[in-house]
Each structure stands twice: as structure tokens, then as C-alpha cells.
Design a protein around this ligand. Structure first.
Ligand code: MTE
Length: 322
């Protein structure tokens, strides 16, 4: 992944905010978000679905709650999660997406689902945010660049969405594509990647209970810079697998091309499971820094989700299939 050296504007807000203010703001944001999430279960927000900071209603708690994480694994500050991003459609700097994505209009939004399935069709954002399907999942996400975060995502099970389209036995893989619209996504005017951004999963990975389509975070709709309106969240894989602003999902027999593998095959494999034992050719992957924290932590195999996902890769040489 192309890495920009950190400059003054890349200083994290938690690094410049006194700790007491930072903690107070964090607890205020949490209360506000969850109060919002609890209102009028069953009703959709009356604001246009994508005004910034709109609460999502009817969000169910899941077994992946904040309490399920170890004590030393606190939820990352909202400010940090929303102001330190990779979203090359809005610039290659970590501060660019927040600055450049604010005008990005995401309503109406549809995802077309096609390929090896009995019922190809479309799914709209409104279909996805039916209150009975929305869950809060507090997941860690670990970027290949060795930073990580803990986020209360709001999402729907990817398997539950995919099954509606009745994939056939030819559906060995699932391919995902981001919107291609250089007018609305100015970063696409530069050839930094082959647009549109593409990702792919093996069908068993896509159908795994941990895999979600994220539609929000902190009880609210997804901020534009974090991949509005719909993105993948694959907690045991490096962050770049979690493709943002998805418009197309395709079931297919063959392994899908993926953007970072296309850009640098030696550095980014198809699987991209978090694995502290396998170095990125240019740096170690055995530790990481939570955004907003000073000290590094050890990176865990499958980002700490080994118990749930290791069986997906039984018998595979993880060095070869990195
Ligand atoms: N999706 C698209 N369409 N474009 C991107 O540039 N960057 C990826 C991933 N999804 C990216 C993307 C990378 S490298 C990471 S680390 C995560 O998004 C970052 O997600 P975040 O902004 O919520 O931290």
C-alpha cells in the first residue's frame, strides 16, 4: 500500500486533546449515539437518511458487544476513527477522506447482486436498514499499515443478505465493487489504483457469521469517509479487504481480481488474513498501534478471531496463501 509519510496535519486528535477532555467527549458521544439508537425502534429516522450523524433506529445488541472485548481493548475515539482514513476515492492522505467526502451524496443507493445465483437483483439501502436486521458488532479492524481501531459498527449479516439471491453451486467466490463516478469521487480522476476499487472473498468467508455489511458506526449512519452508505467489515482480515461504498456484488466461479493485488501482487495477496508471522515485504506485521494510543500492541493471529475463523483455512499454507 502506498504510504504517505506522516506530516503535521496527520496528528491524531487524541494526541492534541488533553486526556480529560478526550474522555469526556468520548463518553458524551457514546451516550448520544446509544440514546439515538434506542429511539422509536421500528421507525426509520425522519431526517434524510444521510444527514451527518443521523442515528439508526432499532439497532439490536449482538454477542459481539463492547463487554465481549478484553478490558485493555477500549472502543476507539469517534474523532480518530472518522478523521484518519484510507479511502483513495477521496485522496491518498489519511486526512483527505474526511475533508473531501462531505459532499458525497449517497441517497438513493442500490447494490446490484448478480452472477451465479438464482435470483439476481438489487438491494437498496432502505432494504438493508430494516430495524429487525441491524446489529451492533464491536469489532477490531487492523490495517496492513499497522494501525488498528475498535469500532462499534452497525451492520447486517452478509450471509443473510447473500442468501436472498440464492447463490448456486458455481458461486465459489464473491466479488465486490465500489461506485465508479469520478464526478462524485474526485480521487478517481487520478490513476492511483485501477478504478473502481475491487475486492473479493471466498464464498465460505463471505458466509461466515462474523462477516457483515456495515451501514453505520457508533449507533449512527456510516460517515462518508468511512465508506457510506454500505461497506464490508471483515474483522479478521487486513483493513483493505473491507471495501467501501459498494454498488456491485457478483457470485462467481473464479477468483476475483482485487485492487491491491492488481497494484502490487507481491505485497497484497487475495486472502490477506491478519497474520503476525507473515511479514509484509517492507515491514513487520507483528505489532500495531491503535489510533489514539501511544504504545504498540502485539498483533494477534486472525486479529484475535482465530477461534471463530481458523477452521476456514485448515490445511492451507498461510505463507503461500497470504
Ligand atoms: N474501499 C475503497 N473503496 N477505497 C479505499 O481506498 N481503503 C481500504 C478499505 N476500503 C479503501 C476501501 C483500506 S486500505 C482500509 S485500511 C479501510 O478501508 C479503512 O477503513 P476506515 O476508513 O473505516 O478506517
Amino acid at each position: 500500500m502506498l504510504i504517505k509519510s506522516r506530516n503535521a496535519s496527520d496528528v491524531l486528535s487524541s494526541e492534541i486533546t488533553p486526556k480529560s477532555v478526550f474522555e469526556k467527549r468520548r463518553s458524551f458521544l457514546k451516550t448520544a449515539a446509544f440514546a439515538g439508537a434506542g429511539i422509536a425502534a421500528g421507525a426509520l429516522p425522519t431526517l434524510p437518511a444521510y444527514a451527518a450523524r443521523t442515528p439508526l433506529s432499532g439497532v439490536q445488541k449482538s454477542k459481539w458487544s463492547a463487554e465481549s472485548l478484553p478490558e485493555n481493548d477500549p472502543i476507539t475515539d469517534y474523532e480518530d476513527v472518522t478523521s484518519y482514513n484510507n479511502f483513495y476515492e477521496f485522496g491518498t492522505g489519511k486526512r483527505d477522506p474526511k475533508e473531501n467526502a462531505q459532499e458525497f451524496k449517497v441517497t438513493p443507493w442500490e447494490i446490484s447482486v448478480e452472477g451465479a445465483c438464482m435470483k439476481p437483483g438489487k438491494i437498496s439501502f432502505e432494504d438493508l436498514i430494516k430495524p429487525e436486521t441491524l446489529e451492533e458488532r464491536v469489532y477490531r479492524l487492523r490495517c496492513v499499515e499497522a494501525w488498528s481501531m475498535v469500532v462499534p459498527w452497525v451492520g447486517v449479516s452478509l450471509a443473510s443478505v447473500l442468501k436472498k439471491f440464492e447463490p448456486t453451486s458455481d458461486a465459489k467466490y464473491v466479488a465486490f465493487e465500489t461506485l465508479f463516478d469520478p464526478e462524485r469521487m474526485p480521487g478517481q480522476r487520478q490513476p492511483v489504483l485501477k478504478w473502481p476499487y475491487k475486492e473479493g472473498l471466498r464464498i465460505h468467508e463471505a458466509m461466515h457469521p462474523l462477516s457483515i455489511l456495515g451501514v453505520g458506526m457508533y449507533g449512527e449512519v456510516m460517515p462518508n469517509q468511512n465508506g457510506a452508505p454500505v461497506r464490508l467489515v471483515m474483522p479478521w482480515k487486513y483493513g483493505f479487504k473491507s471495501i467501501k461504498s459498494i454498488v456491485k456484488i457478483k457470485f462467481q466461479k473464479t477468483i476475483p481480481p482485487t485492487s491491491w493485488n492488481d497494484a502490487a501482487a507481491r505485497e497484497y495477496g487475495f486472502y490477506s488474513n491478519v497474520n503476525p508471522a507473515v511479514r509484509h515485504p517492507r515491514w513487520s506485521q507483528d505489532s500495531e498501534r491503535r489510533i489514539g494510543e501511544i504504545f504498540k500492541r502485539k498483533t494477534l493471529m486472525f486479529n484475535g478471531y482465530a477461534e471463530e475463523v481458523a477452521s476456514l483455512y485448515e490445511g492451507m499454507d498461510m505463507r503461500k496463501w497470504f
